[in-house]
Ligand binder design. Structure first.
Ligand code: PLP
Length: 406
């Protein structure tokens, strides 16, 4: 069977909006177009009713109450609101925040911003498996700590942090627990009460919904979490986030959540099988390849592999029919090796020569097989041209070679 090119395997970056989601959204552009905040007429009521349904659909996925869902423009804003909102609201209680070096930039840059404002931030490291050390977390908490922000699942390597243990530690110490759950929401079971999560960020475009709409779960009971609003205006969303609600986006977000709930169990099985098939095929055929991140505590739809003796950019070029991400992050001037892979102890070379495969709802077995074959042939083609690979085959230990300066 032939596959249609290009193949999309970058589902950790964004997902295709499910046609069922688009269909659910369409009436909310030019038929039901009221402002959900208009309380005096039926146009507004119809919009509000649609929002209420979406809030319920979204809350259900994480065992929350619909009233605890605050709409935002996406998870970047949710992370900003959660972290800055807590830092400002609880300033009298303390000024210390704990997070992790492998967080998304939306968390890290927010924390850096707060450091400039005089707050103090502890950045926990991770082990070679990408997971934090719980004893290190415990030791980092002081009587000035107001918030722990640890992501649920990592967007590059897919590892799932020990949320239940982190939640229990935070609860015991009386510290709020925020998690960036963008990659985990609806992909693996998550319950905010079971895990003692107080704030949780998520976004529609990573769950087959539209871009530009996200949400923040804010716990209302035991404890009731307060936040300082970051956007002031008409006092929408219980005063946490002003601005006219994006009704079509929210309807699509809700529909996307409903579909996730219906399909979560079967998708976990299907995506795990696809991921393992890809991993097995590649690892069986290629020497000197390494899977990054914890072997079992991970998302079904993510696989990250480093290919030694291969130049990452050349590999991506050879795979231009496949949408993938590499272990290099494009900054303005240069290609920086992934800070997530480096935090796990990978050297620059190995970090650069890594590929992230993100499988999703629309990924097929034929596509996985096509990509696996292509990766294997490209890796061997590039290695044939590599003098380092030749030395390696001759048994030279490259770490002992003294290179001439140039
Ligand atoms: C994509 C992503 C974000 C950013 O979400 P947006 O809705 O695009 O702002 C934040 N955190 C993680 C882990 C992500 O994967």
């Amino acid at each position: 069977m032939s596959v249609k090119l290009p193949i999309y395997l970058d589902n950790n970056a964004t997902t295709r909006t499910d046609p069922r989601v688009v269909e659910a959204m369409l009436p909310y552009f030019s038929e039901v177009y009221g402002n959900a905040a208009s309380r005096s007429h039926s146009f507004g009521w119809a919009a509000e009713e649609a929002i209420d349904i979406a809030r319920e659909q979204l809350a259900k996925v994480i065992g929350a109450d619909p009233k605890e869902i605050i709409f935002t423009s996406g998870a970047t804003e949710s992370n900003n609101l959660a972290i800055k909102g807590v830092a400002e609201m609880y300033a009298e209680k303390g000024d210390h925040i704990i997070t992790v070096v492998t967080e998304h930039k939306a968390v890290l840059d927010t924390c850096k911003h707060l450091e400039k404002d005089g707050k103090s931030v502890t950045y926990l490291g991770v082990g070679a498996d990408g997971l934090i050390d719980l004893d290190e977390l415990k030791a980092a908490i002081t009587d000035k700590t107001i918030l722990v922000s640890v992501m649920a699942a990592n967007n590059e390597i897919g590892v799932i942090q020990p949320l239940k243990e982190i939640g229990a530690i935070c609860r015991e110490k009386g510290v709020l627990f925020h998690t960036d759950a963008v990659q985990a929401y609806g992909k693996v079971p998550l319950d905010v009460n079971d895990l003692h999560i107080d704030l949780l960020s998520f976004t529609a475009h990573k769950i087959y919904g539209p871009k530009g709409i996200g949400a923040l779960y804010v716990r209302r009971r035991n404890p009731r979490v307060k936040l300082t609003a970051q956007i002031d205006g008409g006092g929408h969303e219980r005063g946490f986030r002003s601005g006219t609600l994006n009704v079509p986006g929210i309807v699509g977000f809700g529909k996307a959540a409903e579909l996730l709930m219906e399909e979560m169990e079967s998708e976990i099985t299907r995506l795990t099988a696809l991921r393992d098939r890809m991993a097995q095929t590649i690892m069986d055929a290629c020497d000197s390849c390494y899977i990054n991140g914890h072997a079992t505590q991970r998302l079904p739809g993510n696989l990250n592999i480093s290919f030694e003796f291969v130049e990452g950019e050349s590999l991506l070029m050879g795979l231009k029919d496949v949408a993938l991400s590499s272990g290099s992050a494009c900054t303005s001037a240069s290609l920086e090796p992934s800070y997530v892979l480096k935090a796990m102890g990978l050297g620059d070379e190995l970090a650069h020569s890594s590929l992230r495969f993100g499988f999703g709802r629309f990924t097929t077995e034929e596509e996985v097989d096509w990509v696996a074959r292509k990766v294997i042939s490209e890796v061997s083609r590039l290695r044939e041209m590599s003098p380092l690979w030749e030395l390696h085959l001759e048994g030279v230990d490259l770490s002992t070679v003294k290179w001439n300066a140039h």
